[in-house]
Design a binder for this molecule. Structure first.
Ligand code: COA
Length: 260
């Protein structure tokens, strides 16, 4: 589907999704949010799309947050609805059933940081900056930043970032566990692609079940999480990929997975 504010391109199982409003630092207006929702729904239902990489157009910003022009005129009711709709779209990305890698190529502020956190993995270029500056505008994070940031970096660091509104650079984001890798700017796309290819080389159903175990397990008690893990482990044992993966190891050859 053609989009006004996104570029979406599929190559060999990897879908590159680029937020394309560089003149507005890729800020998330309603149009971008609606298109992100449609685009990720399409990726979810496309069997050929196995990993997505999300990035921003230009060399300045991944996403510089929600569109402040649109924010400025929100009423209590529309503000709440905007927050809920955004949370749903980011939940869709987080629970896509396929890995989504954020390739953070510049500012990831406010909704941009929240969008990156909804992705499965994050790689930052060395010029990336992360922050939740909402309190500087008289609001708080509204796309689940208060929840995901705490989960990723712990309550102390999350509150420091949210209460000061100050941004941190890629190295600091790496140090506190907000991103998986920090790389020179010109290595960002190759690093994201290499990570996607590593995942693609593994058993597709095992990837799906591992994502489900970690993601759904996060909302469960320890024992319910273990129960879910055991059920999914059992499901893996019913796959052709499990037979192939274990046989290939024993026969000292590369496994050829069929995703069955
Ligand atoms: N919403 C709407 N427009 C935004 C935006 C946002 N979140 N972020 C940037 N823009 C717009 C600017 O208004 C400007 O538009 P103009 O050219 O029509 O005046 C354009 O994008 C370029 O922004 P500019 O500030 O000149 O770019 P910069 O490279 O000097 O600085 C940022 C980049 C990201 C540091 C700066 O734009 C910024 O602080 N943006 C807001 C970040 C924020 O508070 N996000 C959280 C929102 S909840």
């Amino acid at each position: 589907m053609p989009y006004q504010t996104l570029l979406a391109e599929k190559r060999e199982g990897i879908v590159w999704v680029t937020v394309n409003r560089p003149e507005k630092r890729n800020a998330l207006n309603q149009r971008v949010m609606e298109e992100l929702d449609s685009c990720f729904r399409e990726i979810a239902s496309d069997a050929e799309a196995r990993v997505a990489i999300l990035t921003g157009a230009g060399d300045k910003a991944f996403v510089a947050g929600a569109d402040i022009g649109e924010l400025a005129v929100q009423s209590p009711i529309s503000g709440r609805e905007t927050s809920i709709r955004g949370q749903r779209t980011l939940d869709l990305i987080e629970n896509l059933g396929k890995p989504v890698i954020a390739a953070v190529n510049g500012y990831a502020l406010g909704g941009g940081c929240e969008l990156a956190m909804a992705c499965t993995l994050r790689i930052a270029s060395e010029n990336a900056m992360f922050g939740q500056p909402e309190v500087k505008l008289g609001i708080i994070p509204g796309y689940a930043g208060t929840q995901r940031l705490r989960r990723l970096v712990g309550e102390g660091k999350a509150l420091e970032l949210i209460l000061t509104g100050e941004a941190i650079n890629a190295q600091e984001a790496f140090r506190i566990g907000l991103v998986n890798q920090a790389v020179p700017a010109n290595e960002l796309k190759p690093a994201a692609e290499a990570l996607a290819r590593k995942i693609l080389s593994n058993a597709p159903l095992a990837i799906k079940f591992a994502l489900e175990a970690v993601r759904h397990g996060a909302d469960l008690s320890h024992s319910d999480g273990e129960f879910l893990e055991a059920a999914l482990f059992g499901a893996c044992c019913a796959t052709e990929d499990m037979k192939e993966g274990t046989r290939a190891f024993l026969e000292k050859r590369e496994a050829k997975f069929a995703g069955k």
